[in-house]
Design a protein around this ligand. Structure first.
Ligand code: RUQ
Ligand code: CUA
Length: 624
């Protein structure tokens, strides 16, 4: 066959393939932003799933996914439906990539700790809807809570709260961001630092629940604390609409035992039911204003007796974990790790029961609502229910740890399970798009699985966690994608991308740092005894000054401004062998203070590749 004939023969085929490819790309382009697998096309499920998650180069995802990094102390940011990791926000842990924890300000924010255990991101809300201003996250290890500014995706505040031991039931935000929850997971003697043997657990140990107040500018402060029995307070949620004004926490170990050498998993599973604790935060706020609190370690602490009708227990089977308020606020849904059902409480009935003082018991001055009076349904979701999320169509989705699946069930009569999907494996939290708002989007669900058991290339004995994207837009749930994550995502939130408008640079005229400089003339070095202060400038592709001379033993402070006003033009300042690693975004000023404790010549250089001559962006730190 000659060349001409070959081309002629295959031309139609080439045209068909090309047309197919164009159709594929334009289909994907059209489909991807809406994303969900279609179904009726006749394509295989795998092709459907690929099309539904494929975000073509240059296109953007529909949602932000913020998922907690657990004991890595960070938050990871990904896009949905692509599940591509976009960014890491360091919160409780230094992160050399962004210089977090190396400059004076962030080092001070981290304080004495080099790690934290970030569990539950909670976005700020207005009228019960995510408003894109801030993201809060708790430290499950150190009684802390942090605020991230969604303008620049940076941690702006870490608040350490007295008396809280292991802040797990956090960070759940009220519908207008008045308060965020905090709670003790492991009870200890109060105040922290008090010694009492575990043999005195029942008498001398206590839990604390707290309301963290948020000011208009996002600044967090402690509003109030309540001293509660020595149970383990676990997950929480904030009421909305029907239940607006109330905060909820589950608790386990209402046996109030910690017997040395006897497994807590046994002792804490004796009772048939533990509780959901409900607190009216407005009443708690008022009680503190009325002077009812006593100060313990600098915190205003209320006793349950100070809050008649404003703090109650609701019985919940069995070793409760998650509690989630449905979008209407009427249904409070609690799950017990050892129970095959998830329990729905009717908050309207609960309010009536509180009003009528329809209690079955009183535990440490906290009335217990009568289970039958407030329970609406026990939904047979399956084994090991943990957490529940919602779509906008009247369905709830509950993660089943033991069963490794997700149950979809109807919120309302006949309260039946309508679908189930297996996940790989042992799901903990799950999240739906805008799933904790008054108006969930549904569309997607991410299953945050505790074990992935090697559904990926092997990386040795320790393997990543898995996050599976599931399409929940149709009647049947469909698995779309397996993503893998660093340790260890607990909860996540999915926020519509257009709710966020991060800024592109720090505008020069908005930089209020008194040490900012913007021109060569302002570059200077000042000595005051053994203190040396340097006002430095970084711009493509040099530092001014490029030589810094000090004496051994001097205390050196460098204030460095990146004068760029172009997006992504970062500069870094690393001083070799001095453990200095500062990253300065465009228009930003950072300071670092250290002692010049080693004599000699130390090169410094820019760590962020900023221009063709980035390698030349260097200088010398001379210590005589
Ligand atoms: S917990 S797997 Cu830290 Cu949120 Cu439930
Ligand atoms: Cu500045 Cu590289």
């Amino acid at each position: 066959m000659n060349k001409g004939r070959v081309i002629k023969k295959f031309l139609p085929l080439v045209v068909i393939i090309l047309a197919g490819a164009i159709l594929f790309v334009s289909c994907a382009k059209e489909k991807a932003p809406r994303g969900r697998a279609g179904g009726a096309s006749g394509r295989s499920d795998i092709v459907e799933a690929a099309l539904a998650t494929y975000v073509p180069p240059g296109d953007l995802d529909e949602y932000y996914l913020f998922y907690s990094g657990g004991h890595s102390g960070q938050i990871f940011v990904a896009g949905v439906p692509s599940m591509r990791h976009i960014s890491t926000i360091p919160v409780f842990t230094p992160y050399p990539g962004t210089g977090y924890g190396f400059d004076d300000e962030t080092k001070a924010m981290l304080g004495e700790y080099t790690w934290g255990d970030s569990h539950h991101p909670g976005p700020s809300e207005t009228n019960g809807d995510y408003d894109g201003r801030w993201l809060f996250i708790n430290d499950n290890a150190q009684g802390r809570i942090a605020r991230i500014d969604l303008g620049d995706f940076k941690t702006k505040q870490i608040l350490k709260v007295p008396n809280i031991s292991a802040n797990h039931g956090s960070s759940f935000v009220t519908p207008n961001t008045e308060y965020i929850t905090m709670a003790t997971r492991m009870s200890v003697p109060i105040p922290l630092g008090t010694y009492a043997d575990v043999s005195e657990y029942a008498e001398k140990y206590n839990g604390i629940i707290a309301g963290i107040k948020v000011a208009d500018d996002g600044e967090m402060s402690l509003g109030w604390e309540i001293l509660v029995p020595p149970f383990n307070y676990d997950l929480g949620d904030a009421g909305k609409l029907v239940s607006e004004g109330w905060l909820f926490w589950t608790c386990y170990n209402s046996e109030r035992e910690f017997i040395e050498g006897v497994k807590l998993e046994v002792t804490a599973s004796q009772r048939d039911k533990d509780f959901v604790l409900a607190v009216n935060w407005r009443d708690a706020e008022k009680a503190v204003k009325d002077g009812k609190a006593q100060m313990i370690d600098g915190a205003p602490v209320l006793m349950p007796a100070d809050l008649p009708g404003s703090i109650v227990f609701i019985p919940l089977a069995k070793s409760p974990h998650g509690v989630d308020v449905a979008p209407s606020g009427k249904w409070i849904i609690g799950s017990g790790k050892l129970s095959p059902t998830t329990t729905v409480f009717n908050w309207e009935k609960a309010l009536a029961a509180i009003e009528a003082e329809d209690f079955e018991a009183v535990v440490d001055d906290i009335p217990v609502l009568r289970y039958e009076a407030v329970m609406e349904a026990e939904v047979p979701v399956g084994l090991g229910p943990l957490h529940t999320q919602f779509d906008g169509k009247g369905f709830a989705y509950t993660s089943l740890f033991v069963e490794s699946s997700i149950a979809k069930w109807r919120v309302g009569e006949p309260w039946d399970v309508v679908d189930k999907i297996p996940v790989a494996y042992n799901v903990g939290h799950l999240v739906t798009a805008e799933g904790e708002t008054v108006n969930p989007d549904g569309n997607y669900l991410v299953s945050l699985n505790k074990l992935s058991k090697g559904r990926h290339l092997s990386v040795g004995p320790s393997i990543p966690e898995s996050a599976q994207l599931i399409d929940i837009s149709g009647e049947k749930m469909k698995l779309l994608y397996d993503a893998f994550t660093e340790p260890e995502p607990h909860y996540a939130v999915m926020i519509k991308a257009d709710k966020l408008s991060p800024y592109e640079v720090y505008k020069k005229d908005k930089n209020t740092n008194p040490n900012a400089i913007w021109s060569d003339e302002e570059v200077r070095v000042e000595r005051n005894g053994k203190k040396v202060e340097v006002w430095m400038m970084a711009v493509r592709s040099f530092f001014a000054p490029d030589v810094i001379r000090v004496n051994k033993g001097d205390e050196v402070t460098l204030h460095i401004t990146n004068i760029e006003q172009t997006r992504d033009e970062l500069h870094g300042l690393a001083i070799n062998d001095y453990n200095i690693n500062i990253v300065i975004d465009p228009g930003e000023t950072k300071s670092v203070t250290f002692t010049a404790n080693k004599a000699g010549v130390y090169a410094f250089y820019c760590t962020n590749f900023c221009s063709a001559l980035h390698q030349e962006m260097q200088g010398y730190f001379l210590v005589k």
